[in-house]
Design a protein around this ligand. Structure first.
Ligand SMILES: Cc1cc2nc3c(=O)[nH]c(=O)nc-3n(C[C@H](O)[C@H](O)[C@H](O)COP(=O)(O)OP(=O)(O)OC[C@H]3O[C@@H](n4cnc5c(N)ncnc54)[C@H](O)[C@@H]3O)c2cc1C
Length: 413
């Protein structure tokens, strides 16, 4: 075959979105533009959970069990990050109020039995007319980056056939206002993180109460709070994966064998690319806004974009956002298709996207000058919102730790 001939084989690699992906993206974008954006400033100022917006998202199927199942069904893995990018382009605080539930859902989906998945995932969302939210509670006051230090204890009460949970959870998104809570607790403290298990706490279970609500720098529409577990009794079948499997796993670990997964880490690993796509959405919002502003604003008799200092910054912003998105899409595709993250590709995507979002939103403030610093303009909010992406779901330092361990095979500290 000569160099000019086109091979007769099918294209095996393409970044062209399918019709369905484009339709879903445009649908999510429409909701972000027409419903989320106009409400963003108000809910940020009120620092309250935006129930009316979540209810509207539920009504059109954007929030709910069927919606999430449809996004996840895409075999390329791209629909989930695409939808997240659009919603968080609208607003991150409201976006997190809509997507915060998915962390609990990821834990149930990743670790639950088919029966648990069938029962509890729909319960996390409630119904289109009466939506509910869910919370994933791993972090504690003394167990943030170091999840192995979790102190919340789960004890099996043989006589009652129940689990009894005691402890304090910190920083839980939707904590205390959720219906379903998924709580990571230690069943055998001597085994560190390998002695952890995740438990579904059904709505209204006595013994689970909300502690202090956190007043935050950004993401203020999203609810974050401590959660207390005080002799919280759960039916025997509430441990994800089932008690029999848990006992087998613990026995294996006690005999010196390997545990296949650790309850909190497995959930975070799976959700990192999606979290990265949220950061990409915030960054894109700020970039687009700054680009429009730079085209309009005049100083020294010319538009500010005509200065290379501004134009090159915008070029770098676009470059970094596209690079971050490609890392997110790669990890999402790998995750959906069961390709192991041998070089911590999930962590890479979240690390890059989080740092890009902070950098891009800070540059956007600079391009808007004084207006960038004023609350009448959205870019200062986007910068506040972006910062969380270098902190939660594993800080940037922890992502670098995960990547450096993966590429070196050594226990880097
Ligand atoms: C708005 C918000 C929502 C959240 N939502 C949830 C949720 O829904 N569920 C949940 O379980 N948790 C949630 N979290 C908790 C979040 O995951 C933790 O805050 C995060 O993991 C960091 O833990 P930490 O705050 O205890 O910081 P620390 O672990 O105390 O870290 C402090 C600093 O030390 C650095 N550091 C720590 N260890 C190392 C190391 N070995 N090497 C280098 N540097 C290190 C960190 O990178 C960081 O810069 C949320 C937090 C926030 C702020």
């Amino acid at each position: 075959m000569s160099a000019t001939e086109t091979p007769a084989t099918e294209t095996t690699f393409s970044l062209t979105l399918s019709d369905e992906q484009r339709e879903l993206r445009d649908w999510a974008h429409g909701f972000a533009e027409n419903v989320i954006r106009p409400a963003a400033s108000e809910w940020d100022e009120r620092e309250e959970f935006p129930w009316p917006v979540v209810q509207e998202a539920a009504k059109i199927g954007l929030y709910g069990f069927e919606g999430i199942a449809q996004f996840f069904a895409d075999p390329t893995g791209l629909t989930m990050p695409i939808i997240n990018e659009e919603l968080f382009w609208g607003d991150a605080g409201i976006g997190m109020s809509i997507f915060g539930t998915s962390l609990a859902v990821a834990a149930i989906f990743g670790q639950g039995t088919p029966e648990q998945i069938g029962t509890w995932i729909p319960a996390c969302y409630g119904t289109a007319d009466d939506p509910a939210i869910a919370a994933f509670c791993a972090s504690e006051p003394n167990a943030g980056s170091d999840v192995s230090n979790i102190r919340t204890r789960a004890r099996w009460d043989e006589a009652a056939g129940e689990w009894v949970l005691n402890g304090q959870k910190a920083w839980a998104t939707n904590g205390g206002i959720a219906g379903v809570h998924v709580v990571v607790a230690s069943v055998d403290p001597e085994l560190g993180s390998r002695g952890h298990a995740a438990f579904v706490v059904p709505p209204g279970t006595p013994g689970l109460t909300m502690g202090a609500k956190v007043r935050k720098h950004g993401l203020r529409a999203s609810h974050t709070a401590d959660v207390y577990l005080d002799d919280c009794r759960l039916p025997g079948d509430c441990v994800l994966g089932g008690r029999e499997k848990l006992e087998e796993r613990l026995a294996r670990v006690r005999e010196g064998g390997k545990a296949k997964s650790q309850a909190a880490m497995a959930t975070f690993e799976a959700s990192r690319p999606t979290v990265g796509s949220q950061a990409v959405g915030i960054a894109r919002a700020a970039y687009e806004y700054a680009l429009d502003y730079a085209r309009e604003r005049e100083q020294f008799g010319r538009r500010i974009i005509e200065n290379q200092a501004i134009a090159f910054t915008l070029a770098d912003m676009k470059l970094e956002i596209d690079a971050a998105r490609l890392l997110v899409w790669r990890a999402s595709w790998m995750g959906r298709n069961g390709i192991p993250f041998e070089n911590a590709e999930g962590s890479m995507s979240k690390l890059k996207a989080g740092e890009v979002a902070v950098w891009v939103t800070e540059r956007a403030i600079q391009i808007l000058g004084g207006n960038g610093y004023a609350r009448e303009y959205p870019v200062e909010r986007w910068h506040r919102d972006a910062k969380i992406y270098t902190i939660f779901e594993g800080t940037s330092e922890i992502q670098r730790l995960v990547i450096s361990r993966a590429i070196s095979g050594m226990h880097i500290r």
